[in-house]
Design a protein around this ligand. Sequence first.
Ligand code: ATP
Ligand code: MG
Length: 251
Amino acid sequence: MPAQPRKYRKIFLADYESTTDPLAEAFRMLRLQIQTSVQPNSGEKGNIILITSAIEQEGKTTVACNLAQMCAIAHIKTLLIDTDLRKPSIHLGFDIPRKPGVTDILLSDNQMPAPVVKTLVPNLSILPAGKFTRHTTEILGSPLFSAMLEHLKTEYDMIVMDSPPAGVVSDVGVLVRKVDAIYIVVRAGMTKVRTVRQVVRTIKDLGGDILGIILSRINPKRDRYYYYHNYPHYYSSYYKDEPSESEQHGS
Ligand SMILES: Nc1ncnc2c1ncn2[C@@H]1O[C@H](COP(=O)(O)OP(=O)(O)OP(=O)(O)O)[C@@H](O)[C@H]1O
Ligand SMILES: [Mg+2]
């Protein structure tokens, strides 16, 4: 992958100006899918996308950052929110302070505006996680957080939220009904189908609207199934209720 601006090196970002970078192409396709599914410019319903996964280290933050960047590049006014309050990392990738952020607004007695940070990418702003707290589920489940999101929805055409793994911590459970669409990231060849199914079911039972599954870190040799016309898709997504065994492992 071509060199990224120094400030962005900590997160694996696609070269969005390239027409041959497969990662960039995969995120363009994902953006298109979202644009046709959730009407990101409506300014009303349909512009908060939650990125989650069943377990840790599946690529959620990488997907959230790349998707947000791709949307911004298409002149969609985009806000990236770090709602992984337990292990936030978006601030590291974009080299901005972790606080003030989500927790600071919601733990503060005084009503303060969301401390959004503008990035070097035009149309891309970030709301970092904020100071450490043990009350992450309570904060994300609070009416105050819902009100904050409602307000931010009027200011941004697209809001992308990074989150902790849905199968491990309870925070995602309280988020699923506050967002308009959810993508589940699955690390190809690693996560068990049973684990993914369980998370899909839990999110649906909680009333979440799953828009797709994103396969990350596809290995060209191991995951030949995902290669169409010898064109490598490091990430791909598809509309499906639940992934089947063969679809996930592809061999
Ligand atoms: N397509 C990719 N190719 C190579 N490495 C990748 C890819 N996507 C993610 N990674 C790497 O995998 C690791 C985990 O990625 P990331 O932090 O995005 O996952 P996560 O699901 O957010 O993890 P966590 O649950 O710890 O927050 C990182 O080191 C990242 O650089
Ligand atoms: Mg992460």
